[in-house]
Design a protein around this ligand. Structure first.
Ligand SMILES: C[S@@+](CC[C@H](N)C(=O)[O-])C[C@H]1O[C@@H](n2cnc3c(N)ncnc32)[C@H](O)[C@@H]1O
Length: 277
């Protein structure tokens, strides 16, 4: 008999396999999460951190009545969003490629007394039935996957008019050209990396690429016009860590003032849109 993990591995693309290997190791190095208290802070009045993309994602989510709704968390990692959405009363399904990350997510859900359907699978090949979900949440995952294939699957498992909520690292291709310039690559970026991440190795896989406006076009193809569209992280997280709250606020104010060109400047995008099918 073939064990399910071996069966899954056989179907993985080389990219998925590299992501899986990376995230298995990542999970192994973060076992301390299991003995750390889970933070529910963001669920209490998330609007108060108006400058922070993660808190704003929860402000957006909490504008909807999630109670009893079928919610899918795409590439759930250690399950943070799955747990938080379950706490808000949603019926949560969540999947990831990495069994080790899922083991952490399952242990946390058990510890917190939450029922969540966690499954191991690639975003490009989902095992859910057609038209299952009312809400689909993708945070920091679409830049790890084959976008057209994963989007076909997301649309398939979404109910008509399901809401798709996306929170992803992003860069316009023009800004990315600056990032790839020799000075930034060899001098500025290594120095900034040390400042932002300290001695820790940055959490970046070999295949991940920030979403560009071209990726966004692919993602938005099956969607209606966004009901919410926000840009974050102009210089924060690029030049200054987001723990410096004064600068994080200033960063968000600048992006709001410069809204017409925010899509050229931002390093992160948050939007929600109905899935058209
Ligand atoms: C940057 S983490 C984000 C995790 C989670 N969404 C969060 O925000 O905490 C990326 C996650 O995507 C998963 N992943 C990478 N490629 C994937 C794929 N093709 N299908 C499903 N999950 C994938 C990794 O195992 C990892 O848990």
């Amino acid at each position: 008999m073939v064990c399910p993990e071996v069966a899954l591995k056989r179907q993985l693309t080389e990219r998925q396999q590299r992501e899986l290997d990376y995230h298995r190791e990542h999970a192994r190095q973060h076992q301390e999460i299991l003995s750390t208290a889970f933070s529910w802070d963001v669920l209490q009045n998330p609007g108060r951190r108006w400058w922070n993309q993660y808190w704003q994602m929860y402000a957006l989510l909490q504008a909807y009545d999630l109670n009893g709704k079928n919610v899918l968390v795409v590439g759930c990692g250690f399950g943070d969003d799955a747990l938080r959405l379950a706490k808000l009363g949603a019926k949560v399904s969540a999947f990831d490629l990495s069994p080790d990350s899922l083991a952490i997510a399952r242990a946390l859900a058990l510890r917190e007394g939450l029922q969540i359907d966690f499954r191991e699978m690639p975003a490009e090949q989902l095992t859910y039935a057609d038209s299952t979900f009312d809400y689909i949440v993708a945070r920091d995952i679409l830049h790890h996957v084959d976008i057209p294939v994963a989007m076909r699957e997301i649309v398939r498992v979404a109910r008509p008019d399901a809401l798709f909520i996306v929170n992803e690292i992003y860069t316009h291709s023009l800004t990315d050209r600056v990032r790839r310039s020799r000075f930034v690559e060899t001098v500025l970026y290594p120095a900034m990396q040390r400042f932002i991440y300290g001695p820790d190795k940055p959490y970046i896989t070999e295949d991940e690429r920030k979403l560009t406006e071209r990726d966004l076009k692919l993602i938005r193809e099956p969607l209606q016009a966004p009901s919410v569209l926000r840009h974050f992280n102009f210089f924060v997280t690029r030049l200054i860590p987001d723990r410096f709250v004064f600068f994080a606020k200033l960063d968000q104010i600048l992006l709001r003032v410069l809204r017409p060109i925010a899509h050229l400047l931002a390093g992160r995008i948050l939007f929600s849109a109905r899935i058209h099918k």
